[in-house]
Structure formats: structure tokens, C-alpha cells
Design a protein around this ligand. Sequence first.
Ligand SMILES: [Zn+2]
Length: 259
Amino acid sequence: MSFKRSLSKSFLAIAIAAGLSCAAYNATASEHASHPHWGYEGDAGPAHWGHMSEEYAACGKGKNQSPIDISGAQDEKLADIVFNYKPSRINILNNGHTVQVNYDEGSSIKVNGSEYKLLQFHFHDPSEHTVGGKSFGMELHLVHKNGKGELAVVGVLIEKGKENPAYKTVWANIPGKAGEKKDLKETVNASDLMPASKEYYTYPGSLTTPPCSEGVTWLVLKTPVQMSQAQIDAFMGVHKGNSRPVQPLNSRKVKAEKK
Ligand SMILES: [Zn+2]
């Protein structure tokens, strides 16, 4: 039990280290990265992640991988996710794989009796999760960690529709080049980026990027938000196709919050 726990902790440490070293690799391509460089196309693409490195083995062998197609979810009376989000300064990074906004301390969610602190949010284009086989224009991931080092990620599906004013400040400051960062005085409140209804699907999954560590609680909100085609295009101009294909559900069950 304690072995398992420390193992999952070390996976998370690797996840964080891999993310950083990959960003550093992109920033200074002449330096050797300590982890193989991965991407979304060709030899570095998702089909190859599992055999690029022993550290990425879960990407190929894991049985609880993310994302998934959400279908056949079982309705259950689950407790609401309690959001306690405050505004954060915009500390935005293009890490070569996505655009990530690191969040100031002091924001959290409560779910399953545990408090998880909001660390960062980032985007995928198109959506990583599909619902009944349907893909969405984009997906927002809000990454949280609790005191045991366990992760909970809130997924927000973004569909093409009206322009979304809540995204304007972040969108106006997307760093165009891998490795580029901007640390601004302007603030964003992550709760403004989400739909009013917080009903959710939940299932046990993984990081959707190498090392694909499992033990991640996924909380995908049922209601999408909208964004204009021009807003989606602006993100695609920086990162296009940074989504892992859906993975087999295997023996897992997806639950749907039903009030
Ligand atoms: Zn993500």
C-alpha cells in the first residue's frame, strides 16, 4: 500500500520534471533533454510514446488511460464539486505542447472529501475527451493536486459558437513561440472560463501527456462553453492538433452526476 503510494508520488514527480525538461528542450533545442522529446505527429506522436522511454511505459501499457470517449455513463447522486477559485495574475507559458497559465496559490476545489489546489490550466485543440463519439473544438484542463500528491483535473469542453469575452485577456497574451513566457499584472479568474452548470462526468484516468501517469481523478463538466471560430483559430495558430486520441475504457466505469 505504502509502496504503491510512494510509486504514484514518484510518477507525479517525473510528470512534473518531464514537463519542465520538455519545455526547456524547446527553449534551448541545442541542449540535451533528460527525457525523450515527444509530440503529436510522426515518430514522436502518441502511438510511439509508450516505447520512447521506460518512464513513458504507462502510455502504452496502462489500462486506465486518458482521454476516453464518454458514453454509457451511469447516473449517480454524486456530491457537487465545490469550487473556491480566486483571481490569479496571468503567468502564461508556451511549453511547446500547449499554452499553460500557472495559477497563483489560494484557489482550490473540494471533491470526494479531499481538497485539491489549482496549479495551472491549459488547452487542447481539438478536445481530448469526446462525448458519445462527438469531438469539440477545444478542451480546457484545470489541473489540481491534493496534500497526498494526487491529481484531479477538471475538463471543460469548448464548442464553436459565440465569442467568449472571458477568454479575451488570456488570448491576447498567448506566447507565440515555444519556451516563451509572459508574467503580467492583469488577472484572470478561472471560474469565468467555466459553464454555469458544474454537473460532471467522472472516471479514474491518467495524464494525457507523457509519462501518462495513472491515478488521476477526471471531472469533465457536462455543459460545454462556447468560443468563436476566430478565437479557436487564434489558438490553432500556435498549437494545432495537440490532443491525444481516446483510449480504451477497459474495466472502468464512467459516472455522471445526477441531481
Ligand atoms: Zn491537458
